[in-house]
Design a protein around this ligand. Structure first.
Ligand code: B12
Ligand code: SF4
Length: 511
């Protein structure tokens, strides 16, 4: 059976460009490893290349984030017309299976470990069911990911997922839309994946340095500090270098940073989010501490670990004066240039989305489409500044933050500290990050939902691909989220939680 696993992508910068950066979707290698031997599997990261439109498949698995859903349903239609059965999984499929189902033969709700092989068996037997629900996370079923399918293209092919979920419940996070859960794999099984991955890369003659550089794909690798320390100690004898996403409380802990460096950690991504206490309170991210940001970033660098940080601006709590103050805040805290400054975006199904949708006054901008929910287009009505001032200020400040001069200033600040600790890998990663991080919007971008330039990606449908004009419109029209007044369309208020929500906001953060 010919099977494709497609990680769908639309360029949120609206250039229609592919994304060749260090972070690439890992669903392909995971699903490929879960499929039975009788499947002939192709992994297609739409981030790198369009699918080969001349191919045909028996079964196509698709994965997408919300903003890429329109392209996912178009790709689905394209391959269905050419004989394939299609299956959608991921956050959108899990929270809104009923909205996805009309465009796919089946939808998977939740994890792939106990569902993918069943889907393949049923497809082969011609009894595909509309919905497959995972019974929960089964760490023992996690296979060694089939990285051979991506090894020659991925900048960092040794990619590993050691946990699922996150113990926190930040209001705006796509994970919280599913509910809250945090599952840890046994450390020995994570080490198993790393060693198997290294053996694969050796066999494929992939560069030596790539065999020693691990990227952990977890949403928060350090959600359980006891387990995280165990993992660090198990990584030490492997003499590898690694990077991960984790939370602020970790970089605020000098002893932990020392252990991490000693065990190979060289860079961390932390959602620093905001310098505005009102925004921080609103997003319920109690693990961040604005007052300690400068100290935490400095101590991580001094311990040889590069901090890569992302920020959001909140249409609810930030005004133009705050946005104008961002460059100053960034210099004072020593981050200088964040990897992105995006708009706080209520991803459908999150508590934040439900809260905004429930408001009597319209909180959203009119005619927002699902592709606008990429965090790089504003979808909410700013509450403290006029809409156009808010956007003009964002644009002007982004230009100021991402100047070549600022990027050099960041490197001049980071590199001597990193090298003093002997952290050459972190210094090289910093240079690479500053080379690729820029603000370079395409002409015509308004950054405003409903008016922004359209995503230019196309699926090359032929004249025979639709039964009727009505079908073409159904497949090709954008998925609308808000009406002409900025109210959320009623069907978006029907998201399903996959895991039991747990309210951990008051959880004491172990230091
Ligand atoms: C790689 C990555 C990217 C890449 C590629 C994204 C892409 N569209 O392909 C890049 C760098 C481009 C990117 C960009 C962004 N990303 Co991103 N990214 C990731 C990251 C780090 C890894 C994804 C991954 O491969 N995970 C490992 C795989 C195995 O798991 P998974 O994809 O989470 O899927 C699980 C389930 O959903 C399910 N599943 C998923 N697909 C399928 C398919 C089938 C068939 C089945 C059975 C199951 C299944 O199985 C998996 C295990 O449970 C995740 C964080 C994370 N750790 O997951 C964030 C994440 C996906 N990104 C996120 C966000 C917010 C963004 C940005 C908005 C960030 C920003 N402000 O810059 C942008 C915008 C993206 C866009 N197109 O709009 C959110 C989710 C967004 C959403 N709408 O759902 C995540 C979850 C991070 C977070 N905690 O907030 N990202
Ligand atoms: S800490 Fe990060 S991954 Fe965890 S819920 Fe908050 S935003 Fe999501």
């Amino acid at each position: 059976m010919r099977v494709a696993v497609i990680a769908v992508f639309t360029d949120y910068h609206r250039r229609g460009a592919h994304h060749r950066g260090g972070l690439q979707p890992q669903i392909g290698p995971l699903v490929a490893a879960l499929l039975p031997d009788w499947c002939e599997v192709e992994i297609i990261n739409d981030t790198w290349d369009d699918p080969d439109w001349s191919r045909s498949y028996d079964l196509v698995f698709l994965s997408c984030v919300h903003a890429d859903f329109d392209r996912a349903r178009q790709i689905s239609h394209y391959f269905r017309r050419r004989g394939a059965r299609t299956v959608l999984g991921g956050g959108m499929a899990s929270t809104y299976p009923h909205l996805c189902l009309p465009y796919f033969d089946a939808v998977v709700v939740g994890d792939p470990e106990d569902t993918v092989a069943r889907v393949a068996e049923d497809a082969r037997a011609g009894r595909l069911q509309p919905v497959y629900r995972s019974s929960g996370y089964h760490a023992e079923l996690v296979p060694v990911p089939a990285i051979e399918g991506v090894a020659h293209k991925q900048i960092f092919p040794l990619s590993v997922e050691a946990t699922r979920g996150c113990p926190y419940s930040c209001d705006f996070c796509a994970l919280t839309a599913l509910g809250t859960r945090h599952a840890l794999r046994p450390v020995h099984s994570v080490i198993r994946d790393i060693q198997a991955g290294q053996a694969t890369l050796r066999q494929l003659k992939v560069a030596n340095w790539k065999q020693r550089l691990i990227v952990f794909y977890d949403n928060n690798l350090a959600g359980n500090l006891k387990w995280f320390r165990e993992l660090c100690l198990a990584l030490k004898p492997l003499d590898v270098r690694w990077g991960a996403c984790l939370t602020f409380n970790v970089i605020a802990n000098r002893e932990l940073l020392k252990l991490m460096y000693d065990c190979g950690c060289r860079s961390v991504f932390v959602g620093l989010e905001t310098f505005n206490p009102a925004t921080l309170k609103d997003i319920t991210k109690p693990q961040n501490n604005i007052g300690k940001m400068a100290e935490a970033i400095a101590q991580a660098r001094d311990e040889g670990i590069l901090v890569i940080g992302g920020l959001i601006v909140s249409p609810l709590h930030d005004d133009t004066a705050y946005i104008r103050s961002l460059p100053e805040h960034l210099h004072r805290c020593g981050l200088h240039v964040p990897s992105f400054v995006s708009f706080e975006t209520p991803i459908p199904g999150t508590p934040f989305f439900d809260r905004m949708a429930a408001s009597e006054a319209p909180m959203f901008l009119p005619h927002a489409n699902l592709y606008d929910f990429s965090a790089y287009t504003l979808v909410l009505q700013p509450q403290l500044s006029p809409l156009q001032d808010f956007l003009d200020t964002y644009y002007e400040v982004m230009r100021r933050i991402y100047t070549p001069w600022n990027r050099l200033k960041k490197l001049a600040d980071d590199i001597p500290r990193l090298l003093r600790r002997g952290s050459v890998t972190a210094a090289v990663l910093d240079v690479g990050d500053m080379y690729s991080t820029r603000f370079d919007p395409v002409p015509g971008r308004t950054f405003m939902a409903g008016t922004d330039t359209l995503p230019p990606e196309v699926v090359p449908f032929g004249p025979d691909d639709f039964e009727s004009e009505a079908q073409r419109l159904d497949i090709c029209s954008p998925t609308m989220v808000t009406d002409a007044q900025g109210h959320v369309l009623p069907h978006w208020r029907s998201a399903q939680k996959v895991f039991q929500p747990v309210h951990l906001q008051k959880r004491k953060i172990a230091a």
